[in-house]
Design a protein around this ligand. Structure first.
Ligand SMILES: NC(=O)c1ccc[n+]([C@@H]2O[C@H](COP(=O)([O-])OP(=O)(O)OC[C@H]3O[C@@H](n4cnc5c(N)ncnc54)[C@H](O)[C@@H]3O)[C@@H](O)[C@H]2O)c1
Length: 267
């Protein structure tokens, strides 16, 4: 598997979860990877894991919602690794679990800033490099919640829907320059509830995990996925095997957006 040999990939939010798995998989496929996260220890751990596999990686601490930091991420990658071929806009956050009238304006803004503005900023600074060589691949990590709505997650759902349509829009604007832009919509992926787990008590975590397991069990494939099952799709989209794919919204969701749970009605 050396489909990305000689390529340079930037993966945001790759200190943990899906981003970490994508960084590892891209390195295994031969890419030199810039691991990026707000969490320094976590990002550096991913770099060590890549180096231990014989891969090549650097870490650049970045809050993707801050323009100067997003620019520094791309600039440092280009100067340290010799260019950029692949950008994976993965970093994201869920926001508070509440109905819209209960959400504080600042909390809503923060989810928009990280999920949507962060995707905009990293793309903005990577695109001039892609334009210069008429080649480049952007993979946006959206969500099934950008396709179907979920309870108590207005900001998250709105940003993920925004990322899906931004993906299509960028495909239109940059297709003539041979820059491909695609999105992945993961369903239930077992990332230990992401960083949110750290905010929950042990009891809340057991409860939330059980609810998640139960929800995943009702979907066609009947389980959560491992982050590596999203990463393999990202590697494919970044490689030449996906050379005629742009503007595609690829669900990696165990079938959950293909149907709804019929429950007892199916008997
Ligand atoms: N896990 C799932 O079930 C699932 C489902 C659908 C979509 N997603 C999406 O996949 C992506 C990754 O999710 P995950 O489950 O791996 O989450 P995670 O919380 O395990 O990892 C996200 C990483 O992003 C980093 N991050 C957060 N804000 C950042 C910022 N402003 N700048 C830079 N880094 C930042 C975090 O520190 C963390 O390391 C997110 O965009 C998420 O919305 C996840």
């Amino acid at each position: 598997m050396s489909t990305l040999l000689g390529k340079v990939a930037v993966v945001t939010g790759s200190g943990n979860g899906i981003g970490r798995a994508i960084a590892l998989a891209m390195a295994e496929a031969g890419a030199a990877v810039t691991v990026s996260d707000v969490l320094v220890e976590d990002g550096e751990r991913t770099v060590r894991e890549i180096l231990a596999l014989g891969g090549s990686a650097i870490f650049v601490r970045t809050d993707i919602s801050v323009a100067a930091e997003a620019q520094n991420l791309i600039d440092t990658t280009v100067s340290a690794l010799g260019g950029i071929d692949i950008l994976v806009n993965n970093a994201g956050m869920g926001g508070s679990s509440a109905r819209l009238h209960e959400i504080e304006p600042d909390d809503f803004d923060r989810v928009l800033d990280v999920n949507l503005r962060g995707t905009f900023l990293c793309s903005k600074f990577a695109l001039p490099h892609f334009l210069a060589k008429r080649d480049g691949r952007i993979i946006n990590i959206a969500s099934t919640y950008g396709i179907v709505a979920a309870p108590k997650s207005a900001a998250y759902c709105a940003t993920k829907a925004g990322i899906i349509h931004l993906t299509r829009q960028l495909a239109v604007d940059y297709g003539p320059d041979q820059i491909r832009v695609n999105a992945i919509c993961p369903g239930y992926i077992d990332t230990s509830l992401g960083r949110r787990a750290a905010l929950l008590s042990a009891e809340e975590l057991v409860d939330a995990s059980a609810r998640r397991e139960k929800a995943a069990a009702m979907q066609p494939l009947g389980r959560q996925a491992q982050p590596s099952e999203v990463a393999s799709v990202a590697v494919f989209l970044a490689g030449d095997g996906a050379s005629f794919m742009t503007g595609s919204i690829v669900t990696v969701d165990g079938g959950c957006t293909t149907t709804f749970n019929y429950g007892e009605a199916s008997n």
